[in-house]
Design a protein around this ligand. Sequence first.
Ligand SMILES: Nc1ncnc2c1ncn2[C@@H]1O[C@H](COP(=O)(O)OP(=O)(O)OP(=O)(O)O)[C@@H](O)[C@H]1O
Length: 582
Amino acid sequence: MSIGIIRSLMANSSTSRMSDLLPYLRLFMRYRARLALGTVLMLATAASGIGLLALSGWFITATAVTGVLLAAGVAVAFDIYVPGGGIRAFAVTRTVSRYFERIVNHDTVLQLLRDLRVNLFKSIARLPPTAAVRLRSGELLNRLTTDIDRLDGLFLRGIAPPIVAVLAIVITMLLLLFGSVALSLSVGLTLLALAGLSLGRGWLKGQASTSALAESNAQLRAGTIDHLQGLADLQAFGSLRHHRDRLLTIERYDHALNADTNIRVATGESILAAGLQLSMVGVLLFSLYLYGTGTVSGAIAVMMPLALMALLEPLGVLPAAGWHLARARASAVRLREDMNQTQKSAHTASRTDIVQSDKPTLCLTNIYLTRGAGATVLNNVSLTIQPGECVGIVGASGSGKSSLASLLTAQLTADSGSIFINGHRITAIAYKALFNQIACLTQQTDLFSTTIADNLRIAESGNSRTGTAKLWEVLEAVQLAEFVENCPDGLNTWVGESGTRLSQGQARRLALSRVLLRDPPAVLLDEPFSGLDSKTAENISDYLAHWLQGRTTLLLGHDRKVLPPADRWFHLENGDLKPIDS
Ligand SMILES: Nc1ncnc2c1ncn2[C@@H]1O[C@H](COP(=O)(O)OP(=O)(O)OP(=O)(O)O)[C@@H](O)[C@H]1O
């Protein structure tokens, strides 16, 4: 099994293309002034480091030579104040520029992070329901955290370091001009080649593992969330160990990939450091030669190799920078898939706002629907619910009632046939307009991790805030008012994640009261009383019977006796919808 997982992960590795990062670079352009300031501050830090080391070397040597000359009785004058001041100045600018570089860059990165997350969230929110439901919660979390986090470091860890490295090499070349133009050019070109090779090696080696790493990370997160959410079921069916072993296999693979990547980066850093040290030895030997020929003073001869030593800081990060670029690209590719989904759904721009009706007609004609491995769920189903009419459909578990509800709320698309709301084909209706017309209570009770009041107010469509009196009214209607009154925080009681602090029946009633609050012209209620005792269900049913009058309604359930009264009843069986004689 582990080989299968590893193969599937490796299969997702793809070839390198920097252009994948372009959309994000365009986004970064919004902050070009701040990013440029951050880069200048990074350069100031690197330049101060070079200046500090080079001037210190020059100063120490010059004072030593002066001391030797004075001891030998030679009259020499040496100003220690100017270079001493220079050293202090470099020490201060290095600290100050590093401090401000961190403040500016981290602030910019946080703003970028916000923009990237908001952009992604917007694109996911714009997805059609049929596409959005395909995103598992773990995948979504992974996109919102890991992938975006990797992209936020794109500039700071991937793009700025090579820029700063090149400029630091140029500064070093200027210092080497004290020796000779040939020395400056040859060392400069060697260093540029070394920097380019380190970056390129990091990028290429990174390509080999980052796609697989991002994918294994995503699988690990999604698998962990699935494991935790399905813990009770996995335990009940004795497959907990099997599932955990599967997760551990992915984790071991993820760990191995991380270790391999770290070794590759460390190898790149060692190669670069060795190259730099060799260049330094070369410069030292050439400096001594120049000193021997009297071309440069002893102090300058010491200063030049030391200037190279200071390059270890700006150049040392290049192997990791290449790897960061590769990693950011892998995340960009994954995120692009979501953006593409959004663009594909952009032709929903042709969707129109239907004219809102206070009694819409719902019409299904010749609907054919298959699900899963192609099993027929609905077979040429046709049904028209007239304005203000209440239709009930009953059927055994798995007969296709919820699938029918999903079709009417655009969560599913039929294989063939058409659905019309108020005479408009459902595929041409803007989602907002659709959900303004139909309020739906699905079998799954979706509550948010917030207060009871906030969970109810999510039903608000405009800017007006629903008053507490109205909230109590709908809670009373679903027989939940007494429970909420007895909660210490009343309407401000926290319901927990997905309503876990409420019983199943309380959560169901809260979701139902949200539908009541919406006051919609069309209503779809799928098993509205599941999880309720018969007395409570009966009381709420009486209220609903009155409330549903005049609204176009579709009731779905197993047994018509536990549903509010309907004008017409149908039975759904083996994909066929047959009327039930009253
Ligand atoms: N997400 C899904 N993927 C694939 N097949 C599905 C999916 N959901 C439901 N099905 C299949 O579609 C068929 C109809 O399911 P549906 O949930 O619509 O039935 P139902 O009448 O609402 O059942 P219940 O009363 O138990 O909720 C079933 O055979 C089911 O296995």
